[in-house]
Unconditional design. Structure first.
Length: 454
């Protein structure tokens, strides 16, 4: 196997990868039956299982996990005595949001301006294709030198914990020497990056009730307590004047000492409108990687179109709180719940329902696996050194794997550069990044196998 042979093989496989990614993106695999039928996720799981079987994987299984979703597992045996590497991705996706806002259909992979657009193209169906490309390149150049396990999760975006609980109940299934989580990405396209930290998360649904039913705002407004106004007041209490997150008792002053994120770059990446300021204090890296961040994900209230002049009797919202490494997600959930209950105005009735939770994660970037990945990325990205960054998102499975397999070396890579716009409309993946990261992963697996022989 040579450097050029791996790169040439991956390059030759890219047209096939595009077709396969188009097939996988076509499944509307949102793990929420209120959005799309469960059959969409089941069909996507079947596609993934068939793809693993076609690559020679053994023991391929569609696992029914405790949250009612399915994860797909497969084993590819390597040479005797070779280390085992677990490759992770997820095939479920975020809802497409406003489909009319997409420049092309969200579940139809479309090439535009050098990128491939479609829901899940980067997060994380593209990650599964990255794993396949790396394995195919190795197979075509002497064989895969490690034992490979693949697990494709079916509910990562919902945070309902099915695979975590399944892994805890079946600890032998995902045991490995190293784990490659293919669900993060490069700090920016062309800059090879591993993710050193992930924020955890907690999600709650807060419901407010003030009246037995809606009232005419002309007849009762001004004295009748408005549930929607009460909800707005309590949600506003979660931020200070400068926009910093302010949950009573939750520290929000930690700093980030790694890769810098210049404010101008962040404004461009986030596409902040001219004249609109950023929120919070401290460096951008402090705010998005080292500190808690609250976000109101949605509010149930009357839409503008068709609204009547009424005082609202009830309103509710879903609130997400990202939790940085060093803070316990369970304690953050308790503090958030207590804060919402304490700050509700006018004696309104409030109920806080816990929806989901995941702990933050910090990788050991001094492990041999990281050295093997750094060497691999130098090959895939000539002239570039691997960087380490944080990521504001959450992957709850990482902590489960670290607890169940404490000796495993866990690496986080992926395809979600800033232009990918994951979770937003017009999500996309750079085919150049898919190609280069597949080359990097192939060389990593070869490097890791050699490191275990030395």
């Amino acid at each position: 196997m040579t450097v050029n042979s791996i790169a040439e093989t991956v390059a030759s496989l890219m047209p096939r990868a595009r077709q396969e990614l188009a097939e996988l993106v076509a499944f509307r695999s949102v793990a929420d039956v209120a959005v799309f039928p469960k059959s969409e996720c089941e069909a996507a799981a079947g596609w993934v299982a068939d793809a693993l079987r076609a690559e020679g994987f053994q023991d391929v299984a569609v696992l029914d996990t405790p949250d009612g979703t399915q994860s797909v597992y497969g084993l590819l045996a390597g040479p005797e005595g070779a280390p085992t590497v677990l490759l992770y991705a997820h095939y479920d996706v975020q809802p497409p949001l406003d489909e009319d806002a997409w420049q092309s259909p969200p579940f139809e992979l479309t090439e535009r301006n050098g990128r491939w657009y479609g829901r899940g193209a980067a997060d994380c169906k593209g990650g599964f294709l990255m794993h396949l490309l790396a394995l195919r390149a190795l197979e075509a150049n002497g064989g895969v030198p490690v034992t490979v396990k693949v697990i494709a999760e079916g509910s990562e975006e919902q945070g309902t914990g099915g695979l975590e609980r399944y892994a805890e109940a079946h600890p032998e299934l995902l045991a490995a020497d190293a784990v490659v989580i293919g669900d993060t990405g490069n700090f920016r396209a062309g800059l090879p990056t591993v993710t050193a930290t992930l924020r955890g998360m907690t999600m709650v649904r807060v419901s407010v009730d003030t009246l037995e039913g809606n009232l005419h705002s002309g007849q009762f407004g001004g004295a009748a307590p408005d549930a929607l106004a009460a909800l707005i007041r309590v949600l506003d209490s979660l931020r200070s004047e400068d926009g910093s997150t302010t949950v009573d008792g939750l520290a929000a002053d930690a700093g980030w000492d790694g890769l810098d994120y210049p404010e101008a770059d962040f404004r461009a990446d986030a596409k902040v409108l001219d004249g609109v300021g950023l929120i919070g204090r401290g460096s951008v890296a402090d705010r998005i990687w080292a500190r808690p961040a609250v976000t109101v994900l949605g509010i149930d209230c009357p839409p503008v179109v068709g609204a009547t002049p009424s005082v609202q009797a009830s309103a509710r919202a879903t609130v997400s709180l990202r939790v940085p490494p060093g803070q316990d997600a369970g304690e953050a959930t308790r503090l958030l719940t207590t804060h919402l209950e304490k700050h509700i105005p006018w004696g309104a009735r409030v109920a806080v329902e816990h929806v989901g939770q995941g702990q933050a994660f910090r990788a050991d970037t001094t492990s041999p696996a990281y050295a093997a990945m750094a060497d691999a990325m130098r090959v895939a990205y000539p002239g570039q050194e691997m960087q380490s960054s944080g990521m504001g998102g959450s992957i709850p499975l990482c902590n489960t794997l670290a607890e169940v397999y404490p000796a495993a070396e866990i690496l986080l890579i992926g395809l979600s550069d800033p232009e990918a716009r994951i979770h937003a409309v017009n999500e996309s993946v750079s085919p150049q990044e898919l190609e280069r990261m597949s080359v990097a992963e192939a060389h990593f697996l070869a490097n890791y196998a050699r490191s275990k022989q030395d």
